[in-house]
Design a protein around this ligand. Sequence first.
Ligand SMILES: *Cc1c(COP(=O)(O)O)cnc(C)c1O
Length: 344
Amino acid sequence: MSTGTLTIDLGAMAANWSALDAMSTAETGAVVKADAYGTGIGRAARRLAQSGARKFFVAVAEEGADIRQALGPEPEIYVLSGHMSGDTDTIADLALIPLLSSIDQMLRHFEALPGTPFGIQLDTGMNRLGMEAGEWSAVRSLVVPQGPKLIMSHLACADEPEHEMNARQLAAFHEMSDGIDAPRSLAATGGILLGREYHFDVTRPGIGLYGGLPFFDAAPAVSLHLPVIQTRDVLAGESVGYGNTWIAARDSRIATVSSGYADGILRALGPKTQLFANGTPVPIAGRISMDSICVDVTDAREMPGALEVIGPHQSVDTLAGNAGTIGYEILTSLGARYARRYVG
Ligand SMILES: *Cc1c(COP(=O)(O)O)cnc(C)c1O
């Protein structure tokens, strides 16, 4: 087999859910959008449900269908993009709960599916999704008697605990939702770590479940090993890869592994990233191609059949830092070609 192997530790994911759950007295949900951050929505959702998650959050209605199929009728499935035109049948057939973010969405939902569950998204300053204070005060008295299942908002700067935006959004959320008899939710992973004022009734962790920052104490849930397809010796002065950007400074040994930017090993990683050969760091040599990467393994004492790119020696967040991005982007970019192996 020449594809890389993505190992997903469901036990670590379950442990992360339980650890985040223990940090608050709120009900802990699970955000499984984008194929559970690249880990596989069906397997992840089933394991998180076993751990006790009863509220799942997805970005779009189509993702809700996958979870409903994996988990059966009981869990609540919330759709963060709300009720878009064209979603009505999916929402109705699969009993999804749209988080309505505008007056348009609200009217669409009440007209198309009167009496069916919904939640409300409020904008407390991020200016991404949700009703603003003015809109909300215009419709609040109409919406509240319909019994929203959840009133939620989202923090823009929760990964920076000292940021003044957090307190500002918290105050805005109180102002817009105090006194309403419905469960409230403000915190994703970062918000859980901010402390109990941010917890309200339901939390919505995503990245922390999958082992990423800002949940510093998370158990790593993903590792990735890339098989060596070929090794060769090159002489000092010879070049490797597109554009001849890497020139051997000494006689070297080059291993070519299967994976590339089409598999989420971002091209921007090339200049800074090393892989690991049984724990020995081995730097990427030259440009990352679409399906293959050349690695300078001259210093490896032994050559394993596969090199580690994410695992005990290199976290998702370290890798992300090498490309100037965040763990979320690395995880959700992991391509469909890997063999996914579930452990734990
Ligand atoms: C993605 C998302 C989450 C999960 O955020 P993490 O930072 O991954 O924990 C929660 N709520 C909303 C609205 C989101 O878009």
